[in-house]
Design a protein around this ligand. Structure first.
Ligand code: FMN
Ligand code: SF4
Length: 473
């Protein structure tokens, strides 16, 4: 069935717009150009304000991008430049949209200096941005910050439970500025996923009951059914979502796309990345736990992720003094092991594995926060040390480098089994090397190869994509 006349505009962030949203994608994966183009088609475009860059000034986290020598100073520099980058992207989006649709901005609650970046951008873009979406963490302060600048706020949650906590602790006091709630399926969406500890990554749950319980919770707090829920994660053809469209049971529903908009003319990702999407197969995208934020995330299982997975397997437990289990003395040679001990003790049965890894070139043992040794190559060590040295404090707390922007906070033991997400996310955008960097993607990414819309490697404009989505396909 053609849905063009079925999908009706909704009042979102102060205007009647199509309930079709390009989700925010960092870093530099949804920008002023792509979000402005979505808004120009009457929908909602979301640019990423996570280390947004000012066009012509280069990306923010590449080696050599910072003049400051200390991490604290680089962190301050990063915030300053992220604010000007965010303002620049907002202006581009605003000008591209020509007054149509709505422009939203996306931030990661756990990014470094999130309060400063939000205040810095929002104070300079009056009337250009209509809403802020924010996930990855519990964005309690989001509501009051947005209210200060008269913009709507949109928490991204993966369960009614998460919204309940946000509402009770903070949002109920700033309810007028709640623009909507993004429900992001933690088993299907690309990027970081909000799987909670009581949810099994291998047992996905269907959308409907989860969205229903979110709506029921919202109603129980007196939140109008006109406040939309943005359904995100795994949305491809809208004719597969007919039960959500115009169904009073769910109240107002908008659909948020993250993966489909990667493949448009306006999408800022490199052509090599766009082309690689045509050959994705079912199961290529996997949930992994290597992000230094501590959140699981969904990305293509490429050389980069396989390397991280292989590293995990080269691990043994150890003790600092011999006990009944770890009996074999093991010298800690080489730099960067992460302990001042010159020798530790490992299990006898692990010695053959250690020798085999060493023969393959994984000669450097590094201590992990789980009290294990992980074996890496000299090149890996150089990369880990370089990334830690160049750290700009892009997160509020980083499990890879041990950085914490709260000086008084508990010390985080750096974990060499993780990686610098800033560096990797920027590398893929800059180099287009789709094998050797983190490539976020939704689990339905394989559908590019199957969907006749993309036949012959066709890359649509945002205008064509939005028109196509409206038909239900
Ligand atoms: C490459 C990529 C990067 C993303 N980055 C972010 C991000 O920085 N912040 C965020 O809130 N969501 C991010 N997302 C999630 C999207 O905004 C969107 O909610 C999600 O992709 C929807 O699911 P889908 O991938 O099945 O379309 C990202 C998604 C992708 C595919
Ligand atoms: S090491 Fe961690 S905090 Fe530092 S730039 Fe990389 S991801 Fe960000």
């Amino acid at each position: 069935m053609d849905l063009t006349n079925v999908i009706k505009p909704l009042l979102i962030s102060g205007a009647e717009v199509l309930p079709l949203v390009e989700g925010g994608k960092g870093i530099a994966i949804s920008d002023g150009v792509s979000s402005g183009a979505w808004a120009a088609e009457g929908g909602i475009g979301t640019f990423s304000a996570v280390n947004a860059h000012t066009p012509g000034e280069g990306y923010l986290c590449v080696p050599g991008a910072y003049s400051s020598r200390t991490r604290l100073k680089r962190h301050a520099e990063m915030i300053e430049r992220a604010i000007s980058g965010g303002v620049a992207q907002a202006k581009i989006a605003y000008e591209t949209a020509c007054g149509r649709g709505r422009i939203h901005m996306n931030v990661l609650w756990e990014m470094g200096g999130v309060d400063a970046v939000l205040h810095g951008i929002l104070s300079k873009v009056k009337n250009m941005i209509h809403g802020v979406t924010c996930g990855a963490g519990m964005p309690f302060r989001l509501a009051e910050i947005c209210a200060k600048y008269n913009v709507k706020y949109y928490p991204i949650v993966s369960s009614a439970r998460a919204f309940n906590i946000l509402w009770k602790r903070a949002y109920s006091r700033v309810s007028d500025w709640l623009g909507g709630v993004v429900y992001e399926d933690p088993w299907l969406a690309g990027g970081h996923n909000g799987l909670s500890t009581n949810e099994d990554e291998n047992v996905p749950e269907p959308h409907e009951p989860r969205v229903r319980s979110l709506r029921e919770l919202m109603r129980s707090y007196g939140i109008s059914d006109l406040i939309p829920i943005f359904v995100a994660g795994g949305v491809w053809h809208l004719n597969e979502w007919e039960n959500f469209i115009g169904n009073p049971e769910f109240g107002a529903i908008a659909f948020q796309f993250g993966t489909r908009p990667l493949l448009t003319v306006e999408s800022p990702i490199p052509m090599a990345w766009k082309k690689s999407l045509f050959s994705r197969k079912k199961g290529d995208v996997e949930l992994n736990r290597f992000s230094p934020t501590g959140f699981p995330s969904s990305a293509v299982n490429n050389v980069f992720l396989r390397k991280m997975q292989a590293r995990l397997k080269r691990q043994v437990s150890f003790t600092k003094v011999a006990d009944g289990v770890c009996t074999e003395a093991f010298p800690l040679t080489g730099s960067g092991s992460g302990t001042s001990n010159r020798e530790v003790f490992v299990k006898k049965e692990d010695i053959p594995n250690i020798n085999a890894w060493r023969n393959e070139g994984f000669v450097v043992p590094l201590v992990t926060p789980s009290k294990t040794l992980v074996f890496v190559s000299e090149d890996d060590l150089a990369e880990i040390e370089r990334d830690r040295r160049q750290c700009v404090g892009c997160l509020s707390a980083c499990k890879f480098s041990g950085w914490n922007q709260e000086e008084s906070a508990q010390i985080i033991e750096p974990d060499p089994r993780l990686f610098c997400i800033q560096n990797s996310l920027q590398q893929i955008v800059i180099t287009g090397d789709v094998e050797n960097a983190l490539m976020f993607c939704g689990h339905e990414g394989y559908r590019f190869a199957e969907d006749p819309f993309y036949e012959g490697g066709y890359i649509p404009s945002v205008k064509e994509l939005v028109a196509r989505i409206r038909t239900g396909y």
